[in-house]
Design a protein around this ligand. Structure first.
Ligand code: M6R
Length: 634
């Protein structure tokens, strides 16, 4: 949510910053801006709209300089306008700041600044208040140091440590802030110097050769360096061309760990695909394989998840599971609930992370909590994780982004290994999450009553998935034709039972996110309890009805829709295709698979349906209206 890129080195900063912003555009795309220090002035270009608009502005009047900061915004305080676009400046116009997060007490800070002197604010943002505050504290400390100099010691006084004073001012300001921030700033009096800090919003330092970077996400800088330091909350980093220093907001010296970024620039390129979303849908044979690679033991007929950091006895004694997350991750959790209860018979609850963190969910001592998040940075999920740990529960993360905050703050967990997901609509991360849920169900089941033959059956089914997904992907053109046929539909209803009820929810979410059409998911049997009132000839109902134990029940519901002239699209398998031939208007036939892994196959045609319909409607698939990839604010 919002993207930050900073650069200090020997190259021109402008192309590097713009390139980084393009790679981060999926994090927010309301407005964008850069500030580059050129001699003793800060050159800024910023505007509402996409990065392309900023690029045009920069091409018309290229800013020059070898250090600067930049930002792509997802509006929280203030509309997406030129004025509200970052960077924001202090009163002197010499300090420029970009910020992700929300400063909750910005009004109080602003009032205090106004009391101290007449100040003009040119935006409605909380960020500008922070820029003024840091600028004032810095100016005050310079004034104080200069006064001492002129007090008789001018000649022999040590040179003014502007860098140190600027970092001190940042620290002093952040100690007054209530809220979340990832920030980067420059000051035109302090050459070749960036300051960054974080609390609740990710910030990473990229370490190069005679150049260093700041970014809210490594994907912005991976083309330049794969050596990274993931900053912790309350870290303040002072960055020069050839060195950096990390300390805390409180002023203590900090430690750090240099990590190698796992993916390369090539991994985040769209290649020949028209959209990232389509690329990521087609990556699923590989990403599902990677999610289970090295984690299935045919010998012991179970899953091996060493990252959980739990002994066999601890795994055996789990009495309750709570799965938490948001959006797509929550839907994966819902599949997980069915899986864990079916395979391990352990009572499992799914909690919206945003609700869990604010309510008093009854927990038992033997409760195991999982926080599921692709980005590992979602504020609500992070809040749930912290609340659960605060209460003393073992809390594990299921994340895609290595070294993300959730991954670092949990007691252990499982990485998805899905590779970078750039499309705002999550696809491959969902199937990776469900694959991991299956592995967890298998592991917990095998610690209890699940037999070796059942374990083997599940492992075989999981191993068969990548090839079966390839079969499903071959249906893309067929699904595209169905999408065209329903291009004028006012929306879609999605229905599924058991493991496929969460798939109905996920399919509806994908449809809403990228087509902007009305879409809802329901358990199939709920149809007759009210939803049937919506059924009419213009509104298609999508049934997820593979050839399983509840197929005939789904068939009843499909008949109920047909009786009211509602069009039916069915996702089915095996004998289901023949039985639906005369009933459904459109049939998507996928390979047959056992219940436990079937949701991974049924969701993919529905990702494709949403995708093709969105393209047909001319939507901006990778950057849908109002959304951002990672929601780091509450
Ligand atoms: O990064 P996370 O998995 O924590 O993100 C959670 C949701 O914000 C995310 O799944 C969102 O619903 C996506 N846009 C779904 O496509």
């Amino acid at each position: 949510m919002c993207g930050i890129v900073g650069y200090v080195g020997r190259s021109e900063a402008a192309p590097i910053l713009l390139d980084g912003l393009r790679r981060l555009e999926y994090r927010g795309y309301d407005s964008a801006g850069v500030a580059i220090v050129d001699g003793d002035k800060v050159e800024t270009r910023k505007c509402a709209g996409r990065i392309a608009a900023l690029g045009k502005l920069m091409a018309e009047k290229p800013p020059s300089g070898t250090f600067g900061i930049s930002h792509t915004r997802w509006a929280t305080h203030g509309k997406p306008t030129d004025q509200n676009a970052h960077p924001h400046f202090d009163a002197s116009g010499k300090l420029a700041l970009v910020h992700n997060g929300v400063i909750e007490n910005y009004q109080a800070l602003k009032d205090q600044l106004m009391r101290d002197g007449d100040r003009k604010f040119s935006s409605e943002t909380d960020t500008e208040v922070l820029a003024h505050l840091i600028g004032k504290l810095y100016d005050d400390s310079i004034a104080e140091a200069t006064a001492q100099d002129s007090n008789g010691n001018a000649t022999n006084a040590p040179p003014l440590n502007q860098r140190g004073l600027l970092v001190d001012a940042v620290r002093a300001a952040l100690r007054q802030v209530i809220g979340t921030y990832g920030i980067a700033l420059v000051h035109s009096d302090v050459p070749d110097f960036l300051v960054g800090a974080r609390r609740g919003s990710p910030l990473v330092l990229g370490v190069g050769k005679e150049e260093n970077f700041l970014a809210s996400d490594v994907s912005a800088i991976v083309a330049y360096t794969r050596d990274a330091v993931y900053l912790n909350d309350f870290d303040v980093v002072a960055v020069e061309r050839d060195k950096f220093e990390i300390s805390s907001v409180a002023g203590e010296a900090g430690s750090y760990q240099l990590s190698k970024v796992e993916f390369s620039d090539a991994d985040i390129k769209k290649g020949d695909y028209p959209h990232y979303m389509l690329k990521e849908i087609f990556e699923q044979p590989g990403s599902v394989r990677d999610a289970m690679r090295g984690r299935l033991s045919s010998e012991e007929c179970t899953a091996k998840l060493g990252g959980l950091n739990m002994s066999p006895a601890q795994l055996r004694d789990v009495g309750r599971v709570v799965l938490t997350g948001c959006g797509t991750a929550l839907h994966a959790a819902m599949v997980g609930e069915y899986l864990i209860e079916a395979l391990a018979q352990i009572p499992t609850e799914v909690e919206f992370a945003s609700e869990f963190r604010h309510r008093n969910t009854p927990m038992t001592r033997d409760t195991l909590v999982f926080a599921i998040s692709q980005s590992g940075e979602t504020a609500d999920t992070l809040g749930a994780l912290r609340e659960s740990r605060r209460k003393g529960y073992r809390t594990l993360g299921i994340c895609n982004n290595v070294a993300s905050t959730i991954a670092r703050e949990s007691d252990g967990g499982v990485y998805m290994h899905a590779g970078p997901e750039i499309g705002v609509a999550a696809t491959k991360s969902f199937t990776a999450q469900v694959t991991i849920m299956t592995a967890i169900g298998l592991l917990l089941g095998r610690m209890r009553h699940l037999s070796t033959s059942e374990g083997t059956r599940i492992i075989d089914a999981l191993n068969a998935l990548p090839t079966q997904i390839e079969e499903v992907l071959k249906l893309s053109d067929e699904i595209k034709a169905i999408a065209k046929k329903y291009a004028n539909a006012p929306g879609m209803l999605f229905f599924g039972r058991q493991f496929h009820f969460p798939i109905a929810l996920e399919a509806a979410l994908k449809m809403k996110e990228i087509t902007y059409l009305f879409a809802e998911g329901h358990p199939s049997a709920e149809l007759k309890h009210g939803i049937i009132a919506l059924v009419r000839p213009e509104l298609p109902s999508v049934f997820i009805a593979p050839d399983d134990a509840v197929f005939s029940k789904n068939l009843n519901n499909i008949e109920q829709v047909r009786a009211r002239k509602g069009p039916v699209i069915a996702v089915t398998s095996g004998a289901g295709a023949d039985r639906l031939a005369k009933i459904a208007d459109d049939i998507i036939t996928i390979p047959t698979a056992p219940d436990y892994v079937s949701p991974i196959l049924t969701v993919i045609p529905l990702q494709l349906l949403a995708y093709h319909l969105a393209v047909e409607l001319g939507r901006d698939v990778d950057k849908p209206r109002n959304l951002a990839k990672s929601v780091t604010v509450e």
